[in-house]
Design a protein around this ligand. Structure first.
Ligand SMILES: [Zn+2]
Length: 130
């Protein structure tokens, strides 16, 4: 049975050097095209307040306050949470998406660099063998 990483290696594996280099160049262009980014995830919250008789504590049909949005992220081992104003939510969603894209691209890049190394050795071996 194949593990996830084995499958990944096979999917890009055994490319010739030119093809690997072309894919790396394309990936670098995609990295440059990334806009503003931010790590983390956005959550939506509804709260109950302390005010007596408020609608949020209605015994029959409580209506909690919200939604409130917050961004949570961990960076260099330190976790942070920030509240977002409604107009900040959409731009932050885009930043969070771009950050995920960055992580995917970097992962792919590293995989391709490992493949480049292999392809270079292969090429040298063939050149030396003749
Ligand atoms: Zn309330």
């Amino acid at each position: 049975m194949l593990t996830g990483s084995d499958r990944h290696d096979m999917s890009i594996g055994m490319m010739d050097l030119t093809r690997v280099q072309r894919r790396i160049a394309r990936l670098q262009r995609q990295l440059l095209e990334l806009g503003p980014l931010h790590p983390g995830s956005i959550t939506e919250q509804y709260n109950v307040c302390g005010q007596p008789g408020c609608r949020c504590k209605d015994p029959k049909k409580p209506q909690k306050h919200g939604p409130y949005y917050q961004l949570s992220f961990t960076w260099q081992g330190k976790g942070s949470t920030r509240f977002l104003r409604p107009e900040q939510v959409e731009p932050m969603r885009q930043k969070v998406t771009s950050y995920k894209r960055l992580r995917e691209l970097v992962k792919e890049w590293v995989a391709l660099e490992i493949e480049r190394e292999r392809a270079e050795r292969e090429k040298e071996k063939r050149a030396g063998g003749d």
